[in-house]
Structures are given as C-alpha cells and as structure tokens.
Design a protein around this ligand. Structure first.
Ligand code: C5P
Length: 227
C-alpha cells in the first residue's frame, strides 16, 4: 500500500488575522506539528505541502530544522484551497493509489488515526475522520430557530480525508465540478455519488480557525500533547 499525503497550507489566514499554520508553540510551527505524524507513517511514501510563493523559503527552513528522514516536497498553492490541492495532486507520484489530504491547521492528528483511515479506504471509495456531535444543532434564519436537527445523525467532519486516487482525480479535474466551491474534498466526492465512509476521530483533532481555537490549542499542547 502506498499513499501520498497532501497538506494544503497556502491559506492567507484572513479570518484569523495572520497565518495560523505558522503560529509557534515551543519553537515549532503548527504546520510542522501537523505533518510530523504523516512523516512517521510507513504507509505514506510521499508528503507534499502546498504553500504560497512568499512562504516557500520559510517552510524550507522549517523542514531543514526537522531534518525528517522522509522527503517532504513543496509545491505552489493556488487562489483557493481546492486549487492548492489540485496543484499538489498533479505533482504527486501516480504510482501511489491512495491520496490523503490533511489541513495544515490541525496539529493534533495522531499516527493511529491516520492509519485507521488509510486502512478503511482499502475497502471504500473515500474515508473521512469525523466526530459525533455532542451539541444539539439548530438551523436558523435571522437568529430565529427554524429547525432542530437530530443530533444522533450528525457528525463533524475533520481531516485527514482519504481517497482512492482514481476517484479524487476524476472528481477534482472534472469540468462539471470546476465552478463548485467546497470546504472539504469529501463534499465533492459525495456529490459525485461515491460512498464516503467515516472513521471516528478525536475531539482533540481541532482546526485552528479563531483566536479561541489558538487558546484551546495551547492548552492541548501544554496539558496533553507535549508536557
Ligand atoms: O480557510 P480554511 O481554514 O478553510 O483553510 C483550510 C486549509 O486550506 C488550510 O490548511 C489552508 O492553509 C489551506 N488553503 C490553501 N490554499 C488556499 C486557501 C486555503 O492551501 N488558497
């Protein structure tokens, strides 16, 4: 089994104010925390990070410090996340039959979960890591509740998301879907009619999006992840 992992990291951090993937905890960037568990997975033989042109040198410097045994390649990202992912897939080794995509702003992913998702993808079109919702969700309009959604059916999508190469390529490069905007690749694959399975992830596999997320991330680093 051979897998390429793609880490889109070319976001500009417009909502947060600066690039979350380059925030540091104990001299190490969120991006390096996010890629490390993939580098240490035997199933993964190619790691590709999509970064914006301006950040290439900086990311190269981070990689030099880490001095990973496995080669980590850098490709140029695009305007949208989906463009960054497409550029990376184009540059990936076609011999690898499985493509794994992971957000660069999820530094708490474990090797165990990565392997669990990859394994499940052998018998599925696609697999995402997700967690059951513990909150009751409300559909709203103008701050008024329209509907309460049955919590038992709701899962929150995380990454990694793992795909058979032929399927993700068919969908991502299909002109029919070119104008689609999506926040994760599995939405598109699902839209195209493929089966997307779930493996249960961890509530600690948070995505650093807001300042509050960064506070929480620092607490996770301090209490659980490192110390
Ligand atoms: O903006 P959002 O938080 O949804 O970004 C999700 C991921 O996509 C991040 O890892 C971000 O760096 C990446 N991204 C990218 N290229 C873009 C925009 C976002 O690689 N043009």
């Amino acid at each position: 089994l051979s897998v390429s992992v793609i880490i889109p990291a070319a976001g500009k951090g417009e909502r947060f104010g600066n690039k979350k993937q380059f925030l540091h905890y104990k001299n190490k960037s969120v991006l390096m925390y996010a890629i490390s568990p993939f580098v240490f997975c035997d199933e993964i033989n190619e790691v590709i990070i999509a970064v914006s042109k301006d950040d290439k040198n900086q990311v190269n410097d981070y990689l030099k410090v880490e001095n990973f045994k496995k080669k980590v390649s850098i490709v140029e990202g695009g305007l949208l996340r989906q463009d960054s992912v497409k550029n990376a897939i184009k540059c990936s080794n076609k011999k690898n039959q499985i493509i794994c995509i992971h957000d660069c702003v999820r530094p708490f992913i474990s090797k165990y979960l990565i392997q669990k998702a990859i394994k499940k993808c052998i018998s599925s079109d696609a697999v995402i890591v997700a967690v059951p919702s513990t909150d009751t969700l409300k559909e709203t309009k103008d701050l008024k509740i329209k509907k309460t959604i049955d919590r038992d059916k709701i899962w929150k999508a995380q990454t990694p998301q793992v795909f058979k190469r032929s399927i993700i390529e068919n969908v991502l490069f299909d002109l029919k879907y070119e104008k689609f905007f999506y926040t994760d690749e599995s939405s598109l694959v699902e839209q195209a009619g493929y089966d997307v399975s779930i493996v249960e992830g961890s509530p600690l596999n948070i995505k650093i999006t807001t300042k509050d997320d960064w506070l929480l991330a620092k607490a996770i680093f301090k209490e659980i992840y490192i110390d």
